[in-house]
Every structure is written in structure tokens, then in C-alpha cells.
Design a protein around this ligand. Structure first.
Ligand SMILES: C[S@@+](CC[C@H](N)C(=O)[O-])C[C@H]1O[C@@H](n2cnc3c(N)ncnc32)[C@H](O)[C@@H]1O
Length: 387
């Protein structure tokens, strides 16, 4: 079965559709899973790892003595929240695992990959992963939301999440909440209308930290590489989101999709600002469990655009680049787009991304990712809050 599916087909597409009026947008909740080729076109997200690895390695160095004296009967648990298929973090986890093993060769290491997506892509990755060959490493995939409880209390020593915490909790929210007449993403919506998404993001992050406060062991760490908005159009892949919005509006004007579909096409994520993130983790309910050790913002240039240099004027290379950029956008938007389109219009998906490619060709724009890297420590029990 999997062999018959186009590589760019999103996993959500494989789910059976409910039988209902084929001209109405689907009313199922928004799906935030990536297309199957995600790990092959996410070089910009992977580039972030080199910043994270140095932070994690210095943290491991600072707890070297604790690691060396940990009893071998209890594994050291690393949890990846929003791991997708696990591929992108393979090198990073390889380095972390190596650091822990060097400090304590008797210690078992347990990798917990958590994501709402199907487990099959993870299983394919794990079968081929060099990490699976290490007899001191075991792995588990948990299909579930990071806004819910995922692992036993106090079991996680190192929690990690990259490029995932901007997704809002679609599972516990009515699909109607995400509708908007002409924007397809929260960061496009001006204030004060955007407030309801900011409040939603805050409430979701409170859930995330509540669950992690139960899961992360006292003294354990959380490393979060969060996509962020640095103001104006400096938010992740804004050119991709904005082009997609303009294409959907044009299709509606041309009578190719209905107003109802335009309203329902929505990518349910929000890129909070660093100030919003700092304020959130400073709230008493979170601060009593986690202390913020470090926070850093940076812009990772679009990996594909940066490689082009002067070749942008070469039509063939320009076409290749723009094809890749459209695939990058498709990887994280297709599943949401399909929710908005009626069943009868599912065939428009290819046309939308082909129009996107043409727009990038006419006016090439990179897709840089702005990040806010946060490092938090789970307080020891009864540790006073001195911050
Ligand atoms: C852009 S991918 C990032 C994957 C990987 N961490 C990386 O850095 O490349 C975001 C992932 O978050 C997952 N995700 C979104 N909302 C989630 C939720 N509520 N719970 C668990 N995973 C979620 C998506 O399914 C997707 O696999």
C-alpha cells in the first residue's frame, strides 16, 4: 500500500473521509502532521540543531558527575516532543547519546519520540537508524499530543522539542475556531483580532508546561527550539504563508473555491514573540516548576535559498529552487489545506502548490526561520524560587 502513495501525499489524506455533502468543506479537526518527504526538505530546521547541540553538550558536561553515579537499573530518558518521524534529530541524538554513554557506560538510554502523527514513518526510520544498533539504547514511539500527558510522572531526564510548539492544540478545539475570511494563519491577522489566537497559544503552552512539570524529573532539563516572530514580516517562512494566502484568495475570486472554503483554509499555528514566551514561562504556575536558564533568539537563513548564490539567474536552477521552496511549504501546510477544501476540490491541491512554485519563480524569496531557543531546568522538590 505505502509503495503506491505519492511521496508528497500527507498522512491525513490516507484516512477514510466521512460520507457527507461533497461540496462542503470537511468539518474534521485540523491535522498538523507533515508530508512524508518532510525530513528530506527541512534543512533549515535541521540547521538549528548545531546551536542546540552545543548547549546540550555543555549541560551534560556540567552534570557529568551526576551522570556517572546514576544507577544503571533506571534508564536515562530523553523525550522528543513533536518528533515527526525522528529523522531530523538523528545526528543530534547521536551526539547526546554518545556524551551520556561516555560519562556512564553502564547506563541505558531510552529515547521517547512523541508526535500526533502515525507511527509507521518512525518505524521505518528506526529500523535503519544507527542508534538502533547500540545495545544500550532503546526507543519508543508514542502517538499522542504534547498538550496531554505522554509518559509516567518524573521519568524524563532531558526533554526536547524543535520546530513544533507553534502548532496549536487542534485536538481539543472545535474546527470552527480556526476559520477566518481572508487570512490563513494567525500571524497574518492584525491586532486586536489576533488576540484570540494569542490567548489560545498561551492556554496551550500552559497545558504543555503543566504536563511537562509532571513528566520531567527534578533537576531535569527542557531544551525548546521554538519558531518565533521577531516583528514585521520576520516570522518563519512568512513569504510561504503569504503567497499561499494570496493564491487561495485568487482562487476564490476566480470562483474555483467557495467563500466557505476560503474561510476554512487555515494553518493552525501561531509564532509567539520572544517577549510572549518569556512572560509565559515567568507565570507563577510555570515558574514554580521550571527556572529559565537561558533564552536566545536567532534567524536561520533559508538553507535552499542561501545555497543558490548567483545561480538564481539561471532559469533551470531557479526552477529547481522554486520547486523545492513550494515543497517546503507543502510539507507543513498540505494537511491543513485539505481540511478547508471540500471533497470535490481535493484535486486543487496540486494546482495550489504549482501556483506557489510559479510565484516563487517570478519573485524568489527565501524562507528563513526565526527561532527562540529556551533552556529550562525542572526545579528540585522544595527548591526556593529565587528568580
Ligand atoms: C515541523 S515538524 C518538526 C519535526 C522535528 N522536530 C524537526 O525539528 O524537524 C512539527 C511536528 O510537530 C507535530 N505536532 C504538531 N502538533 C502536535 C501535538 N499537539 N502533539 C504532538 N506533536 C505535534 C507534527 O505532527 C509534526 O510532526
Amino acid at each position: 500500500m505505502a509503495g503506491n502513495v505519492d511521496e508528497s501525499t500527507s498522512l491525513s489524506e490516507l484516512r477514510p473521509l466521512p460520507s457527507r455533502n461533497p461540496n462542503a468543506p470537511a468539518l474534521k479537526s485540523y491535522v498538523t502532521s507533515m508530508t512524508r518527504d518532510y525530513s528530506r526538505i527541512s534543512d533549515t530546521a535541521v540547521a538549528m540543531d548545531c546551536y542546540v547541540i552545543s548547549r546540550i553538550e555543555s549541560c551534560l558536561a556540567s552534570i557529568r558527575h551526576t551522570l556517572a553515579t546514576m544507577p544503571p537499573c533506571t534508564p536515562f530518558v530523553i523525550a522528543d516532543y513533536g518528533a515527526a518521524d525522528g529523522v531530523n534529530e538523528c545526528q543530534l541524538f547521536g551526539r547526546i547519546v554518545n556524551g551520556i554513554h561516555t560519562a556512564n557506560p553502564l547506563l541505558k538510554i531510552r529515547l521517547v519520540y512523541a508526535d500526533i502523527a502515525d507511527r509507521a514513518p518512525f518505524e521505518t526510520f528506526w529500523e535503519q537508524s544507527p542508534l538502533s544498533e547500540l545495545d544500550y539504547v532503546e526507543a519508543e514511539y508514542i502517538q499522542g499530543s504534547f498538550y496531554e500527558s505522554l509518559v509516567p510522572e518524573g521519568s524524563v531526564n532531558l526533554g526536547f522539542s524543535s520546530t513544533a510548539l507553534h502548532w496549536l492544540d487542534t485536538k481539543s478545539r472545535d474546527a470552527a475556531f480556526f476559520r477566518h475570511p481572508d487570512c490563513i494563519q494567525a500571524n497574518q491577522i492584525p491586532m486586536p483580532e489576533c488576540t484570540r489566537f494569542i490567548e489560545t497559544w498561551k492556554s496551550d503552552w500552559r497545558k504543555f508546561f503543566y504536563e511537562r512539570s509532571r513528566e520531567v524529573a527534578a533537576g531535569g532539563m527542557l531544551f525548546l527550539s521554538n519558531l518565533t516572530s521577531l516583528g514585521a514580516d520576520q516570522w518563519p517562512a512568512s513569504a510561504g504563508y503569504n503567497n499561499l494566502r494570496d493564491i487561495c484568495i485568487a482562487l476564490c475570486r476566480e470562483g474555483r473555491i467557495s467563500n466557505e472554503e476560503l474561510q476554512a483554509i487555515f494553518i493552525p499555528d501561531y509564532f509567539a514573540t520572544p517577549d510572549e514566551m518569556r512572560a509565559l514561562v515567568g507565570e507563577d504556575a510555570i515558574r514554580q516548576h521550571f527556572s529559565l536558564q537561558r533564552m536566545e533568539t536567532m534567524t536561520i537563513p533559508c538553507a535552499y535559498f542561501s545555497r543558490m548564490g548567483n545561480s538564481i539567474d539561471d532559469p533551470r536552477q531557479r526552477r529547481e529552487l522554486t520547486h523545492t521552496l513550494a515543497r517546503v511549504v507543502r510539507a507543513w501546510s498540505e494537511s491543513s489545506l485539505r481540511v478547508g477544501l471540500s471533497r470535490g476540490h481535493a484535486g486543487l491541491v496540486d494546482e495550489i502548490y504549482s501556483r506557489l512554485e510559479d510565484r516563487f519563480y517570478k519573485e524568489p524569496k527565501g524562507l528563513p526561520y526565526q527561532y527562540c531557543l529556551m533552556e529550562l531546568k525542572r526545579r528540585e522538590l522544595r527548591e526556593p524560587d529565587s528568580s
